[in-house]
Design a protein around this ligand. Structure first.
Ligand SMILES: Nc1ncnc2c1ncn2[C@@H]1O[C@H](COP(=O)(O)OP(=O)(O)OP(=O)(O)O)[C@@H](O)[C@H]1O
Ligand SMILES: [Mg+2]
Length: 329
């Protein structure tokens, strides 16, 4: 559906893209992550045919978006960053206008608009001016204008930015639903959004692609932590130092720190491990030491850690997401 090869883009002295290549197959929902200024919007604008690349090519369904923007735009629905809309227009008139500009034949317009309105839940606000709408409804209007011509590919630049947690959930489920029949590429700063919505994640940093994988596979093989709670099997008093030394000796453990236990007679630890799974040797070591494992909980390196590592970022003020932790470098 999308084939991008060696894409570069310079704005004067600023190199926004430094050679980005990737493919997206039909039916995928792809999350585009990256710190502020990484080049997400630039890539999306090029795909949508609004910005010309300096070099490289972007194809949608085999059509070069630079050589034939009219044909490629027909296949694409685009929700730009900040969702610019005609504030003074009524929702109904705005969608009429978009349908006309999109070249939908007059006899099909009403039906296409009805479909977009129903899918985006806009019936109740059709008679309102856009500037009267809440952000969530504005975003729905943005999505409706993106799907009115029934495109195969949706390009959504930060579709949930600025929404409250309830609206985020609503827009997300709408996107998921659209993703059942369309190819979707969406950018976001909310890492959990990628985990819940996307089957694949692309991470871009400083104009280059630095990761491309399923969200649950990113960071796999890089280890993580195992939290354990231990008790004595014999009723003997546990010596924290001795237990710690035992845990440090378990094959594959790279670090041990104390954590919460579960009350009297128990000890808790957080173990770091590298590539190999330590749980089996942990169990055997515990049995040898006459210890009982009350809890063993493994956590892979999180998407957040992977993101920070790949983009060299310190956690900092992420824009706009009151409810969910967000990240930006
Ligand atoms: N029209 C423009 N003129 C000059 N520089 C631009 C222009 N648009 C983008 N840039 C620069 O290109 C780089 C990439 O910007 P882009 O908007 O693609 O980043 P982004 O990943 O979408 O960031 P954000 O997360 O903040 O939306 C940045 O350094 C930005 O300042
Ligand atoms: Mg952007």
């Amino acid at each position: 559906m999308i084939r991008i090869e060696g894409l570069t883009k310079s704005y004067g002295a600023t190199q926004a893209l430094r050679g980005v290549s990737f493919e997206v197959h039909r039916g995928q929902v792809v999350g585009f992550l990256g710190p502020n200024g990484a080049g997400k919007s630039t890539t999306m604008k090029i795909l949508a045919g609004f910005v010309t690349p300096t070099s490289g090519t972007a194809r949608v369904n085999g059509i070069d978006v630079t050589a034939d923007p009219v044909a490629s735009r027909r296949l694409i629905g685009y929700l730009p960053e900040n969702n610019p809309l005609y504030e003074e227009m009524m929702v109904r008139d705005f969608l009429d206008f978009v349908a006309e500009v999109r070249g939908i034949p007059r006899e099909r317009r009403a039906e296409r608009i009805r479909n977009a309105v129903d899918r985006c839940g806009l019936r109740a606000v059709l008679g309102k001016d856009i500037h009267q709408l809440s952000k969530g409804y504005r975003q729905r209007v943005g999505l409706a204008q993106a799907i009115v011509h029934d495109p195969d590919l949706l390009i959504l630049d930060e579709p949930t930015t600025g929404l409250d947690p309830n609206q985020i959930v609503e827009i997300r489920s709408l996107i998921k639903e659209l993703g059942r029949e369309k190819t979707v590429i969406l950018s976001t700063h909310i890492l959990s959004e990628v985990q819940s919505t996307c089957g694949r994640v692309l991470i871009i940093n400083d104009g280059r692609l630095v990761a491309d994988d399923a969200p649950e596979r990113l960071g796999k093989g890089e280890g993580g932590t195992v939290t354990v709670v231990l008790a004595s099997r014999t009723g003997a008093l546990l010596q924290a130092d001795a237990v710690r030394a035992m845990l440090e000796g378990v094959a594959g453990v790279t670090g041990v720190e104390m954590a919460e236990g579960e009350g009297a007679g128990t000890l808790g630890f957080r173990l770091r491990y590298g590539a190999e799974d330590i749980r089996r040797s942990l169990f055997e070591a515990a049995v040898r030491a006459d210890l009982c494992l009350l809890e063993v909980k493994r956590q892979h390196v999180s998407l957040e850690e992977t993101f920070r590592k790949l983009t060299g970022g310190e956690a900092s003020r992420g824009p706009q997401d009151p409810g969910t932790p967000s990240l930006a470098a």
